[in-house]
Design a protein around this ligand. Sequence first.
Ligand SMILES: *Cc1c(COP(=O)(O)O)cnc(C)c1O
Length: 354
Amino acid sequence: MEIKFVKRENLKAKPDEYNLGFGKIFTDYMFMMDYSTEKGWYDARIVPFENLSIHPASTVLHYGSEIFEGLKAYRREDGKVQMFRPMENIRRMNTSAERLCLPEIPEDMAYEALMTFVSTEKDWTPSAPGTSLYLRPFMFGNDETLGVHAVHNATFVIIASPVGSYYKEGINPVRIMIEDEDVRAVRGGTGYAKCGGNYAASNRAGERAAQKGYSQVLWLDGVERKYIEEVGAMNVMFKIAGEVVTPMLSGSILPGITRKSIIELLGREGIKITERLLSIDELEAAMENGTLEEAWGCGTAAVVSPIGELCYKGVKYEVGGGKIGEVTQKLYDTLTGIQWGKVEDTFGWTVEVK
Ligand SMILES: *Cc1c(COP(=O)(O)O)cnc(C)c1O
């Protein structure tokens, strides 16, 4: 694939690595590529980071045809930069594209785009503890008509943002409210796709929970409000009576790469993990009889986020004494160790950026 490079006149000054926040600072360049049904993917380019110019009738602005990915590049102690399972993100993006009737990108083409772009922006990968270069590939339908149909034109972009440590004040367990009104997704809908619309529909419950002092909501299934799905924008896992349980991928749950990695990791450690339906009644019983030992959310941003309190129908339950549990801590240490190159990667999950 030929990737055109448009050089900018002046590079930006690098930010203070101890005050990065999340997704507020962007690097010097972005990757872009366009698609039309006639030409396929064309005009791959790395250009100075700037505002996009799109037609006011562009599909994405009216009908929400948008998908995205999120992954990170990490600075190792030896100065090298590596990514964590990037091919998994590329495959998932194509699954999302199929669901939203957006064009898929051949895996090797998407991989080359990502690698070339990250290589260009490698110097932006911070090295302060817990920091990383967050990568955000995204794609949107870009037809210049108000007609409703599968898209004929699309744009694919990758931007990058140096981000701070998720746990600046140490890992503190969060308070979670179980949402029994709004739902995030339904089977047959777009729950398994990483699309912007899912987030738009989640905001209301998130805001309501925040007003009551909770940091995320725990989603129940969209049909019966009975089975546990996800927590906020993370997958969720529970340790009940010595066994780890996580909701099975039923079609309304996003197949997280952190989730997948934890399943593989626990399998190797000989800790039993089961993917199955988990009802709120079963969880409530486990909270009442004290067999719920640990609970955590998992995703790229936080890696694992321990849950210290769950609130269901106004009743509050403390989890694990409000402290981070043993398995949660071990998973956090191992995964972040592999990602930052401090723990040997025996799975072959990391890829060096040259
Ligand atoms: C991205 C995302 C996750 C986590 O996926 P990772 O690949 O582990 O980052 C979980 N749930 C939702 C809804 C998401 O959008």
